[in-house]
Design a protein around this ligand. Structure first.
Ligand code: SF4
Length: 672
């Protein structure tokens, strides 16, 4: 369906002329296609500025090799604002194995290569080249997470704050609406950009640290964190802890002769402000210039609603706490209901709301009352390894919101696709939401993220111990049986996280085998900028304790961990065998139900005497000899009287990998 291009922010001089503009105030450059939807950060900023009365134009994915491309819309009156797009350009372009990705969901027609590596820096330098001293404000996830001196996985080195490399005047971090409005108002009033140094949620460079007007703390300099991993870890922890709108101080980090001043975070938006931002006049579609090819990322969000921001989950591998913060902001029920009602009028609406979520779907209130007054605790996390006794895990508000949405005419189903913190759910005193979830809000399968099963690794991840997931799983399938549902449960897992030894990875494979679940896809740990886990990965130090942490770093070690999670795949067999031998877990080579792989042809499992025989186990000696007879699978090789024989049994239907399903219970009650 074609949408009127004048409903969008201008992208050409002609668009501006049709509006009768002879000049405009702000140019926003983005590394993504222009999709006028509030799940795109640059779109939010554009619409927020428009609502403040400014004239805003969008330049999406300009050709960075041609300086002239950056002058296509003419020089804006007040400033240029630059973002790499919704995700870090290096994450968008490369896999965890540093291989170039072949497509890009944020680009028209899924085409790769439409934005440069380190897009914020490249765009910003081009603007300096063509417009000289025009105020440049950088923002978005890439700038936000690279605001301090940071480890860059792709270059394998510590880079200075992106503010310096981009030659920008101001860096806004976090979601940025408050800071952007403040900067815009000051620029519009004639304040030189060099004097805008004190806006919360921003960073600036200064010759003296005394430019900072807030209580401040200094972390080791760029040069120091580049030279010393201990200093890097120390700095990273301070940066993480001070990211608190209530208790956080400004942070100073020296870079050469200059000082990076990171002002304290902006206050989270109130519910009223969240509503206002969510209900700006977004078209909620890609710009018509992409009509022929489309922009794939819209499909994920077209019929989804974001109702919250922030996350107190504190997973160490996640950058969200370092971007949006750990304080929850949420929209009112009325605002979400209005949005869903509007979606029901969309010509493509088929009755399904795909998601009512955010960083964590179920968070709609602060983790506790203390947090509101004093900020987040510095010495513990709200959920892991044990939930804090002060945690308020009442899910009623979210449940009531979903119930209202289910009642809206034309809405057939309201699904939840954002992550559900199962540990938070298990602390809900009522349990009523869990029932609603199973009955109404799962589209065939529920994805949750235990991430691992070994307590040691989970502690490094900042996740609850596996018993919590197992209790959740049990209850989930119990409720499924009670309500006659046949819904899957998909656990997300990460391999090669800092702290995860090869033995831990073997235990994970054992656990998965016991669950009857082999993941279809495996997520290798990805050291993205700014997370505590990335700090562990780079420094080999846990910044929370300053103690050494094991890090699986070599491609071969990582490949073994990955292979163990998909132990049944024939191509992984050699790596799995190697891992089992290395860890002394030959007890998992054999024919027993608990075994991960069969012995090599002509060999049995290794017995205690060093011989290879069927049905005996070595290693930790925990398992009993296999009750399962060898050679019952298709094409398996058995050894009989020293001779190899191929099994003639026909191929069994292979269990679909990747999903765990409830085992049907006899006489299970079925309810409609
Ligand atoms: S008191 Fe507990 S729930 Fe509240 S912020 Fe601290 S850890 Fe989180």
């Amino acid at each position: 369906m074609a949408f009127d291009r004048d409903l969008f922010l201008p992208v050409t001089k002609e668009d501006m002329q049709r509006r009768g503009w002879d000049s405009y105030d702000f140019l926003i450059i983005t590394g993504d296609a222009y999709v006028d939807h509030p799940s795109f950060g640059t779109t939010i900023i554009g619409r927020v500025l428009e609502a403040e009365g400014y004239r805003v134009a969008i330049m999406a994915q300009p050709d960075w090799k041609t300086p002239a491309a950056f002058t296509a819309l003419g020089r804006p009156r007040l400033a240029v604002m630059i973002s790499a797009g919704n995700i870090d350009s290096m994450v968008a372009h490369y896999t965890a194995a540093k291989k170039r990705r072949h497509d890009d969901a944020y680009s028209p027609g899924r085409k790769a290569g439409l934005r440069p590596d380190h897009a914020t820096i490249v765009y910003s330098n081009r603007i300096r080249e063509v417009y000289g001293d025009i105020p440049i404000i950088i923002g978005g996830l890439e700038a936000s997470l690279r605001r301090f001196a940071h480890y860059d996985y792709w270059e394998d080195k510590v880079r200075r704050s992106i503010l310096f490399d981009a030659q920008a005047d101001i860096l806004t971090y976090g979601m940025g609406e408050r800071a952007t409005k403040e900067i815009a108002a000051r620029l519009a009033s004639g304040t030189p950009v060099s004097e805008i140094t004190d806006v919360r949620g921003t960073c600036v460079a200064a010759k003296f640290p005394t430019v900072c007007v807030y209580p401040r703390v200094e972390v080791p300099s760029f040069e120091e964190v580049s030279a010393s991993k201990e200093d890097y870890a120390r700095a990273n922890m301070v940066e993480y802890l001070e990211h608190d709108a209530v208790s956080g101080k400004a942070i100073i980090q020296k870079h050469g002769k200059e000082f990076l001043i990171v002002n304290p975070p902006a206050a989270p938006l109130t519910t009223k402000e969240m509503d206002e931002v969510a209900e700006l006049p977004y078209v909620k579609e890609p710009h018509p210039m992409y009509d022929e090819v489309g922009v794939p990322s819209i499909e994920e969000v077209r019929f989804s609603v974001t109702h919250n921001r922030g996350c107190f989950g504190a997973c160490n591998f996640c950058s969200l706490a370092f971007h949006q913060g750990r304080t929850i902001s949420c929209r009112s029920h009325e605002s979400v209901v209005r949005e869903v009602k509007a979606l029901t009028e969309h010509p493509g609406f088929k009755g399904y709301i795909h998601d009512v979520g955010g960083p964590a779907a179920t968070f709609r209130r602060p983790s506790c009352q203390k947090q509101l007054k004093h900020g987040m605790c510095r010495n513990r996390a709200c959920l892991a390894p044990q939930p804090c006794p002060n945690l308020d895990a009442d899910h009623t508000d979210y449940m009531m919101l979903l119930r209202k949405l289910r009642e809206i005419p034309k809405v057939k189903k309201v699904f939840i696709r954002s992550g559900i913190r199962f540990d938070f759910l298990m602390k809900d005193p009522s349990g009523e939401f869990f029932t609603d979830l199973v009955q109404h809000h799962i589209s065939g399968q529920l994805k949750v993220a235990p991430e691992h099963c070994v307590a040691n690794t989970l502690d490094y991840m900042g996740k609850p111990h596996i018993e919590v997931y197992e209790k959740f799983r049990e209850k989930y399938f119990k409720l499924n049986r009670r309500y006659g549902k046949d819904q899957y449960l998909v656990p997300y897992l990460i391999s090669s996280h800092p702290g995860c030894t090869l033995s831990d990875a073997v235990q994970l494979a054992e656990w998965l085998n016991k669950q009857g679940h082999m993941p279809e896809q495996v997520q290798d740990f990805y050291p993205t900028p700014g997370t505590l886990a990335t700090c562990m990965w780079y420094t080999g130090i846990d910044p929370r304790t300053m103690k050494p942490v094991f890090v699986p770093k070599t491609p071969h070690d990582k490949a073994m961990q990955r292979a163990l999670m998909q132990w049944r795949k024939p191509q992984n067999r050699a790596l799995v065998l190697e891992a089992l031998h290395k860890t002394g877990r030959e007890d998992l080579i054999g024919y027993g139900k608990h075994c991960l792989v069969r012995p090599d042809k002509g060999q049995g499992t290794q017995s205690g005497g060093g011989h290879w025989e069927h049905g005996e186990q070595k290693g930790r000696g925990k398992g009993k000899p296999s009750a399962q007879k060898p050679g019952k699978g298709r094409g398996e090789t058995t050894v009989k009287n020293g001779k190899k024989e191929e099994s003639k049994r026909p191929e069994k239907p292979v269990r679909k990998a990747g999903w765990a399903k409830p085992s049907p219970k006899k006489n299970a009650r079925k309810k409609k």
